[in-house]
Design a protein around this ligand. Structure first.
Ligand SMILES: Cc1cc2nc3c(=O)[nH]c(=O)nc-3n(C[C@H](O)[C@H](O)[C@H](O)COP(=O)(O)O)c2cc1C
Length: 234
């Protein structure tokens, strides 16, 4: 199995330890890892070149391309990050913003339609749901149908070694159990949610095509949908 991990912190702390235990149990044959903010693109400038002309013209393409490529090649996409002010850390959101061009509403890659993803988060004690939702929403709109999540509350402190052994052992058995669910993953079928998103976008692209003036060049999004055979000229 090929696995890519997008680490939402460079700290060798609680997130890192949980992710390492996860990988120790998973034992992927191939692994690539990115550490944000070091490997994250700068903030999206809003130039819209990705949407209008092509993602290779993005000023941050050099940073985004290897991450996107690794996601396309992976059987399992893992996001592991701490909760920051109840949400996903800004540098993770910055990466997600750059992937908007591959959302179903624009130029989705069919390779994403049968992928599996895992989201691993932890906080001191706050609920993890909203922080997980930021990434899950993006993954679903990228076309990923199977997204599983696990969240932890450290409670006793934020330094891994200062947390009691009993509590760390409990975390360890929980994350090992979670990892075992991915050991024999098969390509996922499109979920109701991703089917709905895709069909809604197909309707939108069909309308755009129908209303595109004959003398006006097609947008890069429309060309992509036509090339993929998802819409056709009548
Ligand atoms: C900027 C920042 C914001 C945070 N916000 C929250 C929060 O809202 N709720 C919470 O329970 N923990 C919060 N934390 C704690 C983290 O979720 C995490 O437990 C801590 O950073 C340890 O993780 P690490 O060892 O992987 O760095 C925050 C930490 C940082 C650095």
């Amino acid at each position: 199995m090929k696995c890519v991990v997008i680490n939402g912190t460079e700290q060798k702390g609680c997130t890192y330890m949980l992710k390492e235990i996860f990988l120790d149990e998973l034992k992927p044959e191939q692994l690539s890892e990115f550490y944000l903010p070091k490997d994250a693109p700068d903030y999206c400038t809003g130039c819209k070149l990705c949407f209008m002309k092509g993602e290779s013209l993005c000023p941050h393409h050099k940073k985004v391309a290897p991450i996107w490529q690794a996601m396309l090649e992976a059987d399992l996409i893992v996001f592991a990050y701490p909760v920051y002010v109840l949400r996903t850390p800004g540098h993770v959101k910055s990466l997600l913003d750059h992937l908007g061009v591959h959302w179903c509403a624009h130029r989705p890659d069919p390779k994403m339609f049968n992928k599996t993803a895992a989201i691993i988060t932890q906080s001191i004690g706050a609920p993890n749901n909203d922080a997980q939702k930021d990434v899950k929403t993006s993954l679903n709109w990228l076309g990923v149908p199977r997204v599983k999540k696990i969240g932890f509350g450290m409670m006793e402190g934020v330094i891994w070694n200062e947390i009691s052994e009993k509590r760390r052992n409990r975390f360890e058995s929980k994350i090992r159990y979670f990892a075992r669910q991915f050991q024999d993953i098969k390509p996922a079928a499109m979920s109701l949610n991703t089917k709905f998103i895709f069909e809604m976008c197909r309707m939108m692209q069909n309308n755009l095509l129908k209303n595109n003036p004959k003398n006006k060049e097609l947008s890069v999004d429309l060309k992509h949908w036509l090339e993929q055979g998802w819409i056709e000229r009548k």
